[in-house]
Design a protein around this ligand. Structure first.
Ligand code: ZN
Length: 472
């Protein structure tokens, strides 16, 4: 499910729940040509995983079923014929593509708009296939007050006589959604602003039936940022754009939901991290913008990282494991410890392999990392500390965290140093990195005695090779 669709579902859910309304799932499957096997399952899975729980729907029923449009075929036919009766729709016997091209400006040329009842009857009796088209008034304007975009007025002469019922007897989306929204007592319609231009046609259908129109809430489009800094409609070249792909990359459903709630909506407070209940409590339509939202993967990462940090540690240990790719390695048994170091330091689960790569293999590094002003660490002092550390650690048998901490604390005291300055060069030699998840003692524990001693020795070699005179 594209995150644009999920955002629409989320806003509909938040609005419904914030108004003590009901959130209804309806499957709009009347376009058989576009039907994709398994797509309905994706909708169920996505809504459930995202926490958008519907109150009525095909799987659980409700007062207005059936909720799958292909099971409502007879209903649409009845209403289409009612419109023909009222003069608001007409039969069209043109072959598809004969008189319209979907891409051409202007659309259908209204060839069949004024056929006499006798001509229509003769064609139907002859078994000629037909569609039913909406008879759009040729004059006047259609207006509505959108809850986001305000007063909108459209000249009827700019609208085409769209198909309502196709030759296979199935309704078009544009017709079915109006009939169903009325029959299911839908009060508010929330959808993407790409539907703004179709809306007058929907309103004319409500008018023709004499039905009360619902309120409309159109949501701003979602753009992505291109490499050159410009923006364009969010697509795959900007990054993962489906909910499934984001979850697969290790974003949490609650992190994704939190972030997409902010795509086109601003809370009244400064709060940025929300649970679903907090979103429901704070959501209101007057916080929805007209201007396009820009999907910012960095912001998504920050929001998601906050949600990861808030996870129950046991849940993090369980769910992040498969992303760490340490099965069968020496690190596997130390995963709970490693996980505790990672939980507050990643933006998504798939960050983990890169974050822990140094534990598998010491990267090449520059001895400049040893030089640290605040810790008064120089190449000379680092070399001396590494030598002492090797001496002490090589005789240590108990490689537990407690034992390592007390050993290093003793070593610091003997050297007249605090623990920080003592462990600086040790951590550099163990990791080859300026910043690591966890400190020297954590890394000693994680990579084990043999590997630790090896890395400390190679640190000494590296410093010696520099053959530099320590200036300070
Ligand atoms: Zn026609």
């Amino acid at each position: 499910m594209h995150i644009g669709n999920l955002r629409t579902a989320l806003f509909a859910y938040l609005f419904a729940k914030s108004q003590n309304g009901k959130f209804i799932l309806r499957i709009e499957d009347t376009d058989q040509g576009r039907y994709v096997e398994g797509s309905v399952d994706v909708i169920y899975d996505t809504l459930r995983t995202a926490g958008l729980i519907h109150d009525e729907g095909p799987d659980i029923g409700g007062s207005y079923g059936p909720y799958t449009q292909s099971e409502r075929k007879d209903i649409y036919r009845k209403y289409a014929l009612e419109l023909v009766e009222k003069g608001a729709a007409y039969y069209c016997f043109c072959q598809k593509d004969e008189r319209e091209s979907e891409s051409a400006e202007g659309g259908y040329d209204r060839h069949c708009r004024n056929l006499s009842p006798e001509e229509v009857k003769a064609q139907i009796d002859a078994g000629k296939p037909y569609v039913i088209r909406q008879r759009i008034p040729l004059e006047g304007t259609t207006s509505w007050n959108d809850m986001v975009y305000g007063e909108i007025s459209v000249e009827n002469s700019t609208l085409d006589d769209q198909v309502l019922l196709k030759s296979d007897g199935m309704p078009t989306y544009n017709f079915a959604n109006v009939v169903d929204d009325h029959l299911m007592n839908i009060t508010h319609i929330i959808r993407g602003s790409e539907y703004l231009s179709s809306n007058p046609k929907y309103l004319l259908l409500y008018q023709a039936f004499g039905w009360e129109t619902p309120r409309y809430i159109h949501l701003p489009i979602i753009n992505g940022r291109n490499a050159d800094g410009s923006i364009s409609k969010l697509s795959k070249r900007h990054g993962a754009v489906s909910f499934q792909a984001l979850v697969e990359q290790g974003y949490l459903p609650e992190g994704i939901i939190n972030y997409i709630a902010l795509l086109g909506w601003s809370p009244k407070s400064e709060q940025e991290i929300f649970s679903m209940d907090e979103l429901i409590a704070q959501f209101s339509v007057d916080g929805v913008h007209k201007s396009p939202a820009v999907f910012d993967y960095q912001k998504l990462g920050w929001v998601n990282g906050q949600h990861i940090t808030m996870l129950d540690p046991q849940v993090f240990i369980r769910d992040a494991f498969r992303y760490a790719r340490i099965e069968g390695t020496a690190l596997e048994s130390k995963w709970p410890k490693l996980a505790s170091l990672l939980q507050s330091r990643i933006t998504k689960y798939s960050d983990i392999p890169e974050k822990i790569a140094f534990l598998h293999q010491l990267p090449e590094y520059s001895t400049e990392l040893y030089i640290h002003k605040k810790n008064k660490s120089t190449l000379g002092s680092s070399k001396a500390i590494l030598e002492k550390a090797i001496e002490r650690l090589s005789t240590l048998d108990d490689w537990s965290e407690e034992s390592l901490l007390s050993t290093m604390t003793e070593l610091a005291a003997e050297s007249g140093l605090k623990l920080g300055p003592l462990t600086w060069p040790v951590r550099i030699a163990l990791s080859g990195l300026m910043a690591t998840p966890g400190g020297a003692i954590d890394i000693l524990y994680l990579i084990g005695k043999d590997e630790s001693l090896k890395r400390l020795s190679s640190g000494i070699q590296l410093i010696s090779k520099e053959n530099l005179v320590d200036e300070k």
